[in-house]
Ligand binder design. Structure first.
Ligand code: FDA
Length: 393
């Protein structure tokens, strides 16, 4: 086996494999190293096993970053349509679930196979179960001390991902390399992650585990109108995962349980037209039965509406439209889909993903401070940043 390469990529995940194929097609001698026993483990578990591989409506507004303009160039130059064309060239059956969200019809394995086939066609080598114990900059590139011996390369690409789901092989390797070469790191935290609750609310909601309802949740000037799922540990579902990326410890969430309704007007007209009706009856018409019952019990709303004063109805409307929840925390990296923060992009070229002061060292994918919303945006960033680096490394 050779030990001298043009490009070595650390991390055989979404970004690393995409970068490897792109650089390989340019005639570069490419090696991808991963310490895991299989490539693309997160691809395989993504999208409930069917990989939400892109989002046709992806725009830079779907990404969080301390430097929001950084992602624009790469996302513009490799679009969701470009990835879709690749997937279609390989004959992968796919379907659009929610607006713009593209999933495999059969299995996430199909996406991994596209990437592995592309790497093979491009002549990129992949070495698994290989760990890197040291990286040293040289006049011509890098020397790597690995469990497979000493390796050299001209260009080094760090595609080792973030900290989420350590059992899938996530490590802070990319951050250590960034530190070693003097780069600034932005604080990391778990994103797209379920919330945990304080004991009282957890107990009240516990029996509702498995109930889902469409809500509008807001926090820090952001809001998402998507389903909320009560679990035995706390709150999850797309709305909660999305807002978790904006939430900081101590923040309150505000949940509108009936975002499609004008709750106060509804209650006033119900009191006028059906005075014997109850809040519980109104809730039962608009929320899942178990949730309606539990929420009604939590607030002790009893008796016919004709017994409610205007101010009472205002209070009911507020409790339904602005339910304030202070989560205890999140489930953390153990279940988070992504890691927010990471390598500060101000030190990288938005065209090539290379370190400005060290143009043969690249950072791509989740290791950098670019994090997408739920819905295929994170893979789109992995593909786009992988291609941007692969075109020059
Ligand atoms: P990724 O984490 O994919 O790859 C990093 C690679 O580096 C891994 O193979 C790892 O083993 C390797 N590595 C780490 N440390 C190393 C070391 N020290 N030495 C050698 N190798 C090392 N996104 C989306 O758009 N649609 C979706 O459907 C989903 N679904 C989803 C479900 C779940 C459960 C999770 C956890 C995440 C998602 N995501 C998602 C997010 C998506 O998986 C994520 O954004 C990308 O995988 C990031 O790609 P990267 O290549 O940057 O890292």
């Amino acid at each position: 086996m050779s030990s001298d390469y043009d490009v070595i990529i650390i991390g055989a995940g979404a970004a690393g494999l995409m970068c490897a194929a792109t650089a390989g097609y340019r005639g570069r001698k490419v090696l991808v190293i991963d310490h895991a026993n299989k490539p693309g483990k997160k691809i395989l578990m993504s999208g409930g096993g069917r990989c939400n591989f892109t989002n046709l409506n992806s725009t830079p507004a779907n990404f969080l970053s301390d430097n929001p303009h950084y992602c624009i160039s790469a996302l513009k130059r490799y679009t969701p349509q470009d990835f879709l064309e690749l997937v279609e060239r390989h004959g992968v059956a796919h379907e659009e679930k929610a607006a713009g969200q593209l999933f495999c019809k059969d299995s996430a394995k199909d996406i991994l196979n596209v990437l592995l086939t592309e790497c093979e066609w491009a002549g990129a080598e992949i070495r698994l179960k290989t760990s890197v114990s040291g990286v040293q900059g040289t006049d011509t590139g890098y020397n790597l001390a690995t469990s497979a011996g000493s390796l050299t390369c001209e260009s080094l690409v760090i595609a080792s991902g973030g900290l989420s789901i350590p059992t899938m092989g996530a490590t802070g390797f990319g951050y250590d390399i960034a530190r070693q070469f003097g780069l600034t790191l932005l604080p990391t935290r778990a994103g797209l992650v379920p919330f945990t609750l304080h004991p009282d609310l957890k107990e009240q909601l516990g029996p509702l585990s498995g109930v889902s309802c469409p809500v509008d949740v807001s926090c820090r000037d952001q809001h998402f109108r998507e389903p909320m799922l009560v679990t035995h540990r706390g709150l999850s579902g797309p709305s909660m995962l999305q807002i978790s990326s904006y939430w900081h410890p101590g923040d309150k969430l505000t949940v509108d349980l009936l975002p499609a309704n004008r709750i106060h007007e509804d209650l006033l007209s119900l009191r006028k037209n059906k005075p014997q009706s109850t809040v519980g009856h109104y809730l039962g018409q608009h929320l899942p039965k178990r949730f309606a019952q539990a929420y009604n019990d939590m607030h002790g709303w009893t008796g016919p509406l004709q017994g409610y004063k205007n101010s009472d109805l205002e209070q009911v409307a507020e409790a339904l439209g602005q339910w304030h929840i202070k989560p205890a925390g999140t489930e953390g990296y153990r279940t988070a889909e992504v890691t927010l923060g990471g390598v500060d992009t101000r030190q990288l070229s938005s065209k090539t993903m290379a370190v400005l002061e060290r143009p043969n060292l690249y950072f791509i994918g989740e290791v950098v401070d670019v994090t997408g919303h739920l819905g295929g945006h994170n893979f789109q960033w992995a593909w786009a940043s992988g291609v941007a680096a692969g075109n020059v490394a």
